[in-house]
Design a protein around this ligand. Structure first.
Ligand SMILES: Cc1cc2nc3c(=O)[nH]c(=O)nc-3n(C[C@H](O)[C@H](O)[C@H](O)COP(=O)(O)O)c2cc1C
Ligand SMILES: O=C(O)C(=O)c1ccccc1
Length: 366
């Protein structure tokens, strides 16, 4: 019986061929960051307030000027058709059904037009387009223009990947995209993608000479979509994002897949939220596996959380129904957590809702 994200992970992992499973589940080099992203949540403790009337508690919130069911969205993750042929289309439908927003990877196996369209008959959710910094500006511009025309609300510029992280699994398994999958945003066929390793491919298209000054003014000049920086881990970079007029940041270490040894995102969220000082949106992803993890991230200053792997496990387990299962589990757990801590709305979740276990001594207040 699938009752938790961890149940889903086990069931999905058993269904996937080992090279796909390793590609999805692993982090870079020693796996320190991917592991710590989830374990770091376990040292925080909830401070419930009791005997409050929580019969009308509602987890809904607003993002991109639209109400969503709860403060969770789906992070952009590439090559979803490895998990299930319907890939990003199924993810888009499940997000619409649960009424939350979705990120689309530049490495999606379906086009932005089709992914946005898939959600439309269900609910008017927002999509955001993930971008890497690219050598080929003309191709990058085509992705941006297609995304904007399709109705995407924001660009998520992935800033933590001037080069790819070192992932032993990809080398050991000689990981390649299975035949028959297309990359319509990158205008590449599976045959072209298969000819190179992930690492070589990434090197060929990605701009490792990227910079705040190279990217942000150019993006502003070519698009009216919001500009968010994905992959920030320090107060210094939140301040730079503010100075460059960005709309938001995602505090993220790319699910532990880029630089191993970076901190768990939950452990730097507070410093990043404080640096944002309400002048820029601060969201977080990495290691969120339960409703109480979402609650903890909100208490530490995130406006909203994003998840990567739980959706991929849902897809691998049972396509759209599996993603719906993942999102429903997280929704139910989050709502239950709000009620059991005495919170009636997301704005009731504050620093006072959380404590942190130190190595010795009693629970510390934040
Ligand atoms: C298989 C996989 C593919 C990913 N592809 C992308 C991508 O194309 N672009 C990107 O910015 N982030 C990508 N990410 C990172 C996610 O957007 C997100 O930051 C991360 O998965 C969050 O951590 P979590 O998986 O622990 O929830 C990918 C992550 C995974 C697991
Ligand atoms: O693996 C990743 O983390 C990632 O960002 C990516 C990049 C290109 C294709 C698929 C995933």
């Amino acid at each position: 019986m699938i009752l938790s994200i961890s149940d889903l992970q086990v069931a999905a992992s058993a269904k996937l061929p080992s090279s796909a499973r390793d590609f999805y589940n692993s982090g870079s080099t020693d796996q320190i960051t991917v592991h710590e992203n989830t374990t770091a949540y376990k040292k925080y403790r909830l401070r419930p307030r009791v005997l409050r009337n929580v019969s009308l508690a509602t987890p809904q919130t607003t993002l991109f000027s639209q109400q969503i069911a709860f403060p969770l969205c789906v992070s952009p993750a590439g090559i979803q058709a490895i998990a299930h042929p319907t890939g990003e289309l199924a993810t888009s439908r499940a997000c619409a059904k649960r009424n939350i927003h979705m990120g689309i990877s530049s490495f999606a196996n379906h086009s932005v037009e089709d992914i946005v369209e898939a959600a439309k008959p269900i609910a008017p959710i927002a999509h955001v387009m993930q971008l890497y910094t690219m050598k080929d500006r003309a191709k990058q511009l085509r992705i941006i223009q297609r995304a904007e025309k399709a109705g995407c609300r924001a660009i998520f510029l992935t800033a933590d990947s001037p080069v790819l992280g070192i992932r032993y699994n990809e080398h050991r398994n000689d990981f390649r995209t299975p035949t028959g999958l297309d990359f319509p945003m990158l205008e590449k066929t599976s045959a072209q993608i298969r000819a190179e390793t992930h690492d070589d491919q990434f090197k060929a298209f990605n701009a490792d000479d990227h910079s705040w000054a190279r990217e942000i003014p150019w993006l502003r000049s070519v698009s009216k979509m919001e500009i968010w920086i994905k992959g920030v881990l320090t107060a210094e970079d939140v301040i730079l994002a503010r100075e460059f007029g960005c709309d938001g940041v995602i505090v993220s270490n790319h699910g532990g897949r880029q630089l191993d040894g970076t901190p768990a995102t939950i452990d730097v969220l507070q410093e990043c939220a404080e640096a944002g000082a309400g002048k820029i949106r601060v969201h977080v992803d990495g290691g969120i596996r339960s409703g109480s993890d979402i609650f903890k991230a909100i208490a530490l200053g995130a406006e909203c959380c994003w998840i990567g792997r739980p959706v991929l496990w849902g897809l691998a387990y049972d396509g759209e129904a599996g993603v719906t299962k993942a999102l429903d589990i997280l929704y139910d757990e989050f709502k239950r957590c709000m009620q059991l801590t005495g919170c009636n709305s997301v704005s009731d979740i504050t620093k006072a809702s959380l404590g942190v276990m130190r190595a010795h001594g009693p629970l510390a207040r934040l």
